[in-house]
Ligand binder design. Structure first.
Ligand SMILES: C[S@@+](CC[C@H](N)C(=O)[O-])C[C@H]1O[C@@H](n2cnc3c(N)ncnc32)[C@H](O)[C@@H]1O
Length: 261
């Protein structure tokens, strides 16, 4: 018979394991795993930024060419308003002014004023059309008004202060422009470039539900900032809700044109 005490006292292979070191190693491995996770997350972020920079760099010649065409078409009457960043890209602006010239667009409605207001007005001044622009910010309304005067196009534009107010839609309530749509019929071009995205999710969604009944046949809806998820979702919602609306074309990386059939 085996003596129990004798068995307990006999050495086992586990007795030689340095348990304190194992615990320290485990902690170190966990720490390194977290670091590797952070590094690979950062690498993915950097790859995304590089992809955007790469795409934007490829668009630069087109934008440069568009600016040259602008200058040839509309000799500047004052310092040029900014393009890119908060304002639309030159190639998208050029497409709109050429569209207005080709189609002899009578009425353009714009949500969000700025550089585009000046160039749309220059195009409409030549065709005898008019522009109604809604702007929520009194500060930027004054900036845009000064630009319109400097470029001698203020008479073409009805620049309206439209504070953001609770606006009911089939998709719920949004904080959107306080607009009066009376008299805004047969809109040939609707530019959706405001309010700023940080005013709420799907911030610009009410534009099409509000103006759908006022769009002329063949009208175009120009949507800026479609490189953002919110704007792409908004376009998908419009397309599923408005049977007359179709995708028409992409302008550069950040702007999409829809067309009313
Ligand atoms: C996306 S921007 C729209 C600008 C305009 N559609 C354009 O492309 O030039 C939206 C908002 O930027 C603001 N904004 C206008 N002029 C600005 C300026 N000079 N600097 C910064 N923001 C401006 C206005 O409140 C405007 O509604």
């Amino acid at each position: 018979m085996t003596d129990q005490n004798e068995t307990d006292a006999s050495p086992t292979p586990l007795d030689d394991v340095p348990w304190a070191d194992v615990a320290a190693l485990r902690a170190e491995v966990a720490e390194l795993t977290a670091v590797v996770g952070d590094v690979s997350k950062r690498v993915r972020q950097m790859q995304r930024v590089l992809t955007i920079v790469n795409r934007q760099t490829r668009e630069m010649p087109a934008d440069f060419q568009a600016i040259q065409e602008f200058l040839a078409r509309f000799p500047p009457r004052a310092a040029l308003p900014a393009v890119g960043g908060w304002a639309m890209e030159p190639s998208a602006l050029l497409w709109m002014v050429e569209h207005i010239a080709r189609q002899r667009t009578g009425l353009v409605v714009e949500c969000g004023s700025g550089t585009s207001t000046v160039w749309l007005a220059r195009a409409l001044q030549e065709t005898g059309g008019r522009l109604v622009t809604f702007e929520h910010s009194e500060e930027f309304l004054a900036v845009t008004q000064a630009q319109l005067e400097a470029h001698a196009v203020a008479d073409v534009v009805d620049l309206r202060h439209a504070p953001l107010v609770p606006t009911q839609t089939e998709r719920g309530e949004f904080s959107w422009y306080d607009v009066d749509t009376a008299g805004l019929d047969e809109i040939g071009l609707l530019l959706v470039d405001g309010p700023p995205g940080n005013t709420g999710p799907l911030a610009r969604y009410p534009a099409v539900p509000t103006f759908a009944g006022h769009l002329a046949e063949g009208a175009v809806v120009v949507v800026d900032d479609t490189s953002r998820r919110d704007e792409r979702d908004m376009v998908d919602h419009w397309l599923s809700e408005q049977p007359r609306l179709r995708r028409d074309r992409q302008l550069g990386l950040n702007t999409e044109v829809l067309r009313v059939e």
